[in-house]
Write a protein that binds this ligand. Structure first.
Ligand SMILES: Nc1ncnc2c1ncn2[C@@H]1O[C@H](COP(=O)(O)OP(=O)(O)O)[C@@H](O)[C@H]1O
Ligand SMILES: Nc1ccn([C@@H]2O[C@H](COP(=O)(O)O)[C@@H](O)[C@H]2O)c(=O)n1
Length: 205
């Protein structure tokens, strides 16, 4: 079985997870999904107050080597134990999630097109686009509701690291994408990808 790897990048709050999760809901266990965020580096020796202030939007914040190894394993037909990240702790949890090899593997994250080795693994590269004001508004609501943050902290983090790193690292990868889609709720883009994945799953190779 030859796996097709699909990379889904875009700024924070653009709707990457929304788009990815809609595809996962449509195909359930027929496809695998990997979130780059789960590969944020382990920070066990660093106190919580320090972890809170770190730059999580720089490529070095991720253990991309581990992701590369695990994607290679999946492509060779082996299952992997993916790490699980805990945003409220700013650290990896002790949990792992078993991911089995599938014909179609989605890999989602703000910076998945930055590392050339990772970028070159993708058969299809999708960039989810949304205006910066909409992204930050969504992020404030999501981070307060789901990631254990307060509004002041989200705003400070956005201005000090998230925004500058977005323009330095995320936005320059947009032209490297095969397809740029306008929001994760885009029905046309969803149907096009769904049809394509159906064909991939039905093909013999
Ligand atoms: N087009 C949209 N309109 C309104 N809310 C949206 C839209 N896309 C995403 N959201 C919401 O915004 C938040 C961030 O979206 P998410 O998909 O998690 O973004 P990302 O994974 O790119 O950071 C989520 O709460 C999601 O439900
Ligand atoms: N401890 C952490 C780790 C990451 N973040 C932020 O998550 C963003 C990426 O996730 P999206 O779902 O928004 O794409 C990224 O911008 C990091 O700033 C965090 O806040 N805390």
């Amino acid at each position: 079985m030859k796996s097709v790897l699909i990379g889904i990048a875009g700024g924070t709050g653009s709707g990457k997870s929304t788009f990815t999760n809609r595809l996962k809901e449509a195909f359930c266990d027929d496809i695998a999904v990997i979130y780059h965020d789960n590969y944020y580096r382990k920070q066990d020796g660093i106190p919580f107050e320090e972890r809170k202030k770190m730059n999580y939007d720089h490529p070095e914040a991720f253990e991309t080597e581990l992701l590369l190894d695990q994607l290679s394993q999946l492509r060779s037909g082996e299952g992997v134990d993916c790490p699980v990240y805990d945003y409220s702790l700013h650290n990896r949890s002790d949990e792992f999630v078993r991911v089995e090899p599938k014909k179609v593997i989605l890999v989602e994250g703000i910076l998945v097109f930055v590392d050339e080795r990772l970028r070159d693994m993708f058969d299809i590269k999708i960039f989810v686009e949304a205006d910066a004001d909409e992204r930050i508004l969504r992020r404030v609501i999501r981070d307060v509701k789901d990631r254990g943050r307060d509004i002041e902290g989200v705003v400070e983090q956005y201005l000090t690291t998230v925004k500058p790193m977005h323009y330095l690292y995320v936005e320059p990868t947009k032209p490297l994408a095969d397809v740029i889609i306008n929001s994760g709720m885009n029905e046309v883009a969803f149907q096009l990808m769904k049809t394509n994945i159906e064909k991939m799953l039905a093909s013999e190779s």
